[in-house]
Design a protein around this ligand. Structure first.
Ligand SMILES: [Zn+2]
Length: 73
């Protein structure tokens, strides 16, 4: 019984470790690659997913719904 609860504890720790590692990997990949900005079109209000270089805030894009060219804010 004591062994069983110990192995459960170990499994939980293992799971937590894997989740933590996955989150760290994801954070690194976001830092290295382009970031995604959720931009709302100023003309028609459609959500647009815009890819931006790290540190880039105002990105030029064209709305996928109405074709209006603009920048993210
Ligand atoms: Zn639009």
């Amino acid at each position: 019984m004591a062994e069983l609860s110990k192995s459960k504890q170990q499994m939980r720790e293992e799971t937590e470790r894997l989740v933590k590692e996955a989150i760290e990997r994801k954070a690194v990949s976001v830092k290295q690659g382009n970031t995604r900005i959720e931009a709302i079109c100023g003309k028609c209000g459609a959500p647009n997913r815009v890819s931006a270089s790290p540190g880039q805030v105002r990105v030029e894009y064209r709305c996928k719904e109405c074709g209006h060219a603009q920048r993210t804010m």
